[in-house]
Design a protein around this ligand. Structure first.
Ligand SMILES: NC(=O)c1ccc[n+]([C@@H]2O[C@H](COP(=O)([O-])OP(=O)(O)OC[C@H]3O[C@@H](n4cnc5c(N)ncnc54)[C@H](OP(=O)(O)O)[C@@H]3O)[C@@H](O)[C@H]2O)c1
Length: 297
């Protein structure tokens, strides 16, 4: 278990995400969440926008559907709530398309809590920066959620380091997390300052799509040089590509927690093993060099 940012929350080294959750019945969703938690994937990440354009087998329709499916799980198995660190996000309405105004976020957190059938979330993240709203206004909404006990900690997602600092300057309590896209196929956070800022501010980085949406597992659409290096390491360690790819995200010096999104119970169990995979610094640089197409300077 590791500390989430500078918070008093402890989470497993790999997290489980609910973006692809909407096609689950409550019973199926319950099994996935239980499998995740039983295997140490205790941070459960969702968002109000997940499910847009879909209808769940239980009839949850569109915006909010993934939260509602998780809410049904929590209502049916209240024991699970205390075993998880529950994270959600708001700020995308898919029309404007981003809204981080005070009024929007204040209504959004209440709607998320209703769908999730819980009184509070452990982490509330601004899903994407709303470039039209002053950071001070967004911060006021977040400060008030924390003050009201609806949210324990706050974080951001898809923010540049400068945007993260701008929001942070107006918050009463430190940001605990940032959620960038990060994988062996998307290495920008290594160079754009995101992971450095995590180490400066004491935030955890929650890496979304750490298997590049499956490309790093199947090889389909993946960078051939990256896959070749990953396969060599996997063969040496007698493991699979996904395990090496997840270990890569955790191999950076910052505190990186990959959020996996598989709907397959065996793959959830296997992902838990990535945190103990022996990936050397040389292996890690080999993957970086394969991605860059040249050696380190
Ligand atoms: N903040 C943001 O903007 C943002 C954006 C995207 C995602 N996220 C977060 O990140 C989480 C994970 O995203 P993700 O689902 O894209 O993560 P991912 O783990 O990179 O990709 C999951 C996909 O890979 C497939 N896959 C995994 N292992 C496989 C294997 N061995 N063989 C074939 N296919 C395999 C899965 O299919 P199966 O189900 O068949 O295994 C699934 O479709 C989301 O749930 C969400 O919480 C955040």
């Amino acid at each position: 278990m590791m500390r989430l940012g500078n918070s008093d929350l402890r989470v497993g080294p790999v997290a489980y995400g609910c973006w692809r959750f909407t096609q689950s019945t409550t019973a199926q969703a319950d099994r996935k969440i239980r499998t995740a938690i039983d295997n140490g994937l205790t941070l459960i990440d969702t968002a109000d926008i997940y499910g847009i354009g879909e209808v769940s087998p239980g009839g949850h329709d569109g915006f909010g559907a993934a939260e509602a499916v998780l809410g049904d799980v929590l209502a049916g198995s209240p024991d699970l709530r205390a075993q998880m660190v529950l994270a959600t996000k708001g700020g995308i309405d898919a029309v404007r398309p981003y809204d981080s105004t005070y009024d929007y976020l204040t209504a959004a957190i209440d709607a998320s809590l209703t769908r999730l059938q819980t009184d509070y979330v452990d982490l509330y993240q601004i899903h994407r920066p709303d470039l039209t709203t002053p950071m001070a206004e967004t911060a006021r909404a977040l400060n008030d959620m924390v003050q009201a006990g609806k949210v324990r900690y706050v974080g951001v997602s898809n923010f540049t380091p400068a945007q993260t600092r701008a929001l942070s300057a107006h918050l009463d309590a430190p940001l605990m997390t940032t959620q960038p896209e990060f994988s062996a196929m998307h290495q920008d956070p290594i160079t754009d300052g995101t992971l450095d800022l995590c180490m400066e501010m004491g935030m955890s980085a929650l890496a979304w799509s750490p298997l590049a949406g499956g490309a790093l597992a199947t090889g389909k659409g993946a960078n051939v040089d990256v896959i070749t290096v990953i396969d060599r390491i996997a063969a040496r360690e007698n493991t699979d590509r996904s395990t090496v790819a997840l270990a890569f995200t955790m191999g950076h010096g910052a505190d990186v927690i990959p959020i996996i999104g598989t709907q397959n119970l065996d793959r959830i169990k296997q992902a838990a093993k990535a945190s103990t995979m022996p990936l050397s610094a040389r292996d890690w640089y080999d993957i970086v060099e394969a991605y860059r197409g040249e050696g380190m300077p």
